[in-house]
Design a protein. Structure first.
Ligand code: GPW
Length: 840
């Protein structure tokens, strides 16, 4: 359907004019064609997996039409573009989302059924592309969906890892990591661009030459590899716009070194070339943790270097002045991982385009903006100057130049303020010296944002205080959001149906504020019944998933209590399981005939991956599983309590887990969870939250009302004082007796694995309780008591659940992205007319 002006040939032009139709017969024909011509299968030799592949290719054809038209439309209108750079995109499965966004799910359901397949089972065939760790990567995926839906001229740029986040197996209570080679069966959702390849240089040296009295720098030598583009179409909802996620893959450079091949060792020379492919082969599995590996820096630079070449090529397609650059591009850095893009763009402008540094710098910082996602010190990237200078020698020089110019200006404003200068400097004067990527990102951007109000506030008062005093207007907040397409419409089809019926249409999917109108239904008994019925059906589905994956029977009438997120000490899964032990011991102490009167049945579910090298996180998994073993096999407990470790938590499991949850736990130490985004998904799906006043919980409380949540724990302003108190107090005095009792049980070996579990409890015992489990335990117990009281009153719980969901509209990523577009990027929507709605 593309009307490419390059097509001179009249015949070709005419043929490409027509679009594929979406009636049942045409869809079936296209599926069958793909079975025969794409897969080269016959009707006698064709499984449900082949059905998935053929259906995907047929959907892909439709995506590509819209994709090409959209790209051409943006070019034609010469729009200002947004480039969203991220080292991770945690996309989840494509098929259902694509069909829903294209509004073709019903057509395909019918078409596929007649061919002998159930579309829901076909969905299950797809691998879950998991090119991300957790919240940061999933946020990038939600943002793409919203950018497409809001018709923004935006593209995502990332890396096409061959191995995504590892698959987690739980055996005997331990995590095992299995490599996730997700491309085994090809990937119908990508378009390999054989003709889009950019050279990327590593190492080498900088040679200085003099031309017309000016010094010029030439970076040469070292290694060359190629970055090849793989395009992933992203359809918007209720719009024909389809944008692009362009992922780079590394390949050996084409030109070969004639010498090394002739030096005799043919195989050695080939081996060298093979190494190029290794660069984009695996996603680093650390979440919120900087590891400082050279290969990781290579990945970052490959992303940045290829992207900047692509962006500049597009800018230059039209003849124009360089001063227009910031009017034509907005580059958003998803954390500091792609921050070298700042230096790379400056390098290209001064070294290749011959632009004066002062002017080039202005173009750069006006084009860039930076999102910070954490204040945890262990997550802040600081590259040693030796490593960086060796891999990217010219970039290190340019960093020094940027820093020099910047500090000059600072010292004029604050003369002799050495303390301030050293905190603002890009260089950390440690031994060895380090490049602070956050400082580089702030200095090289015109806007810096945190991801929730409390987090953005902390940035300006603590981590980036000195930068804030220098340029207060640079600092903004953009509270995160999640896409209602995947996180309501796809994962909770029944809830979506209820909304559509009640609101008389489905425009709420792109305007979530509409569900607020259901406030008057909260007291309606029919509505409440529907609400409960939907939750129960979702619980039923999870029950089967647990049976299948964990071989545990859970009680459908029990309270489904869930904590799913990456394993991290600051997220305090440890505190959750310590409470669970306390609850277990309390049940055991109660005479058997009183237990059912005193305790409500609960199913406590945990899920999440631990970084392979994070020992304490792995010990927490072991503790959870050991307690689960003990409790689940204790005949005195029966179905009063079950504990489940949900293996391999990922996007597709989340789509089953979240809609089935009644209580979700977001219990980080105040100040440490920048935002959290699963809290938003849970609330949208009618789960209640037990949580601390941290991250976006604070704003969720504002929206849904504190009385509809179970808030507990120290406030962010109290943390420092509590930490001092903790360090100066004997642990047994500082811990409440309930906690001491639990710790003692573990210490006695009641749950087995004494040695490693002792190591774990010692991390909080020796005046070392950094995350303040001891300080918050008591109020956590009280909040849990309230949960039980509330759950006893089914109608009260239901009303709270409804209120949570219908007051959650602020947390749509559409709202977030609109704010980025208006307040940071300065871009507007360009909606392409839908060709099927025109006479053609
Ligand atoms: F450390 N986040 C994440 F800030 O998932 F880079 N991975 C990361 O490596 C980092 C942050 C980083 C998360 C935050 O922990 C979470 O609070 C936030 O909701 C999410 O990013 C999206 O902003």
């Amino acid at each position: 359907g593309s009307q490419n002006s390059l097509i001179q040939n009249e015949k070709m032009w005419k043929l490409m004019q027509s679009y594929i139709k979406n009636d049942k017969e045409t869809i079936q024909q296209s599926i069958v064609n793909h079975v025969e011509y794409t897969l080269a299968k016959t009707r006698f030799d064709f499984s449900i997996f082949h059905a998935y592949q053929a259906i995907s290719h047929s959907v892909r054809d439709r995506l590509i039409e819209a994709f090409n038209d959209t790209a051409q439309y943006f070019t034609h209108h010469d729009c200002k573009r947004v480039y969203y750079l991220s080292i991770e995109f945690l996309m989840g499965r494509y098929l259902q989302n694509a069909l829903i966004n294209l509004e073709l799910e019903d057509n395909y359901k019918e078409a596929v059924l007649e061919l002998g397949y159930n579309l829901e089972s076909v969905y299950e065939q797809e691998v879950d592309p998991a090119l991300g760790n957790g919240g940061l990567g999933r946020l990038a995926a939600c943002f793409l969906d919203s950018m497409a839906t809001l018709n923004l001229p935006a593209w995502g740029y990332g890396i096409r890892y061959s191995y995504g986040i590892f698959r987690q197996l739980i055996k005997d209570g331990y995590q095992y990591e299995v490599p996730d080679y997700w491309l085994d069966n090809g990937n119908p959702w990508e378009i390999e661009r054989l003709d889009v390849n950019y050279p990327i240089r590593f190492y080498g040296y900088v040679r200085k030459i003099h031309e017309n009295g000016k010094e010029k720098s030439i970076w040469e030598g070292g290694e060359l590899v190629l970055a090849r583009a793989y395009d992933n179409p992203i359809p918007g909802y209720d719009t024909y716009n389809t944008i692009n996620l362009r992922l780079w893959r590394s390949l050996p450079a084409r030109e070969f070194d004639f010498n090394s091949f002739n030096q005799g060792d043919y195989f050695k020379a080939l081996e060298e070339r093979e190494k190029a492919e290794y660069i984009t082969s695996v996603l680093y599995p650390n979440d919120s943790n900087y590891s400082g590996k050279e290969l990781r820096l290579k990945q970052q630079y490959l992303l940045v270097c290829a992207t900047i070449q692509d962006v500049i090529r597009r800018f230059k397609k039209k003849k124009r002045d360089w001063k227009e650059l910031p009017e034509k591009i907005a580059v958003q850095l998803n954390d500091t991982h792609p921050a070298m893009a700042i230096v790379e763009l400056l390098r290209v402008l001064i070294d290749h385009e011959g632009i004066e540094i002062e002017f080039a710098w202005e173009l750069v910082y006006k084009s860039f903006s930076y999102t910070n996602h954490t204040i945890l010190p262990e997550a802040l990237e600081k590259w040693g100057i030796d490593l960086l200078g060796n891999l990217l020698p010219r970039h290190l020089e340019i960093v020094y130049i940027i820093n020099f110019i910047f500090l000059e200006k600072v010292s004029k404003k604050f003369p002799n303020d050495h303390h301030r200068l050293s905190s603002l400097s890009i260089i950390e004067e440690s031994n060895p010296k380090k490049i602070r990527m956050a400082n580089l990102s702030i200095i090289g951007s015109h806007a810096v944002n945190g991801v929730a109000e409390i987090h953005s506030k902390l940035l300006t008062t603590t981590l980036f205080k000195d930068f804030y005093e220098l340029r207060p207007k640079k600092f903004q907040n953009k509270t995160n959001g999640v896409t209602p397409r995947r996180w309501i419409r796809c994962c909770n089809v029944q809830l979506a149906q209820l909304y559509t019926e009640q609101l008389g249409g489905d425009t709420w999917v792109t305007d979530l504020t509409q569900v607020r109108c259901l406030e008057n239904m909260v007291e309606d008994p029919d509505f409440q019944n529907n609400w409960q019925r939907i939750k129960r059906q979702n619980k039923e589905q999870l029950k089967w998933w647990v049976k299948e994956n964990c071989q545990i029977d859970i009680n459908i009438d029990s309270l489904f209590d869930v904590q799913v997120k990456r394993l991290h000490e600051y997220k305090r899964q440890f505190m959750n399981i310590l409470y669970v032990i306390h609850r277990y011991l309390s049940i055991k102490k109660t005479p058997a005939d009183q237990r059912h009167a005193k305790f409500l049945p609960r199913t406590i579910m945990f899920g999440g991956k631990a970084a392979p090298g994070y020992i304490n996180a792995k010990r927490i998994i072991k503790l959870i599983c050991s307690v689960a073993d003990k409790v689940n096999t204790d005949s005195e407990i029966g179905d009063l309590m079950k504990i489940v470790y949900l293996p391999n938590y990922n996007v597709s499991n989340a789509q089953i887990i979240i809609p089935a949850t009644e209580l979700s736990q977001h219990i980080s130490t105040a100040g440490l969870e920048a935002s959290g985004t699963s809290n938003m998904k849970f609330v949208m799906n009618g789960s209640l939250i037990i949580g601390t006043m941290d991250g976006a919980n604070v704003e969720i409380a504002e929206e849904v009302g504190k009385e509809n949540m179970f808030i507990f724990g120290a406030l962010v302003d109290e943390i420092e004082g509590l930490r001092n108190h903790m360090r100066n107090t004997e642990p047994s005095q500082y811990f409440p007796p309930e906690l001491n009792e639990v710790l003692q049980k573990i210490d006695e070996g009641f749950f087995g694995a004494v040695d490693e579990l002792r190591e774990l409890i010692n991390t909080i015992r020796n005046r070392n309780d950094y995350y303040l489990l001891g300080a918050d335990f008591k109020s956590y117990l009280e909040a849990q008591k309230k949960v039980d009281e509330c759950y006893k009153n089914k109608s009260l719980w239901t009303k709270m659940s409804i209120r949570n969901a219908i007051r959650s509209s602020k947390f749509s990523s559409d709202r977030t992205i609109q704010q980025y577009a208006d307040e940071i990027w300065g871009v507007k929507a360009f909606q392409i007319p839908n060709p099927s709605q025109n006479a053609r």
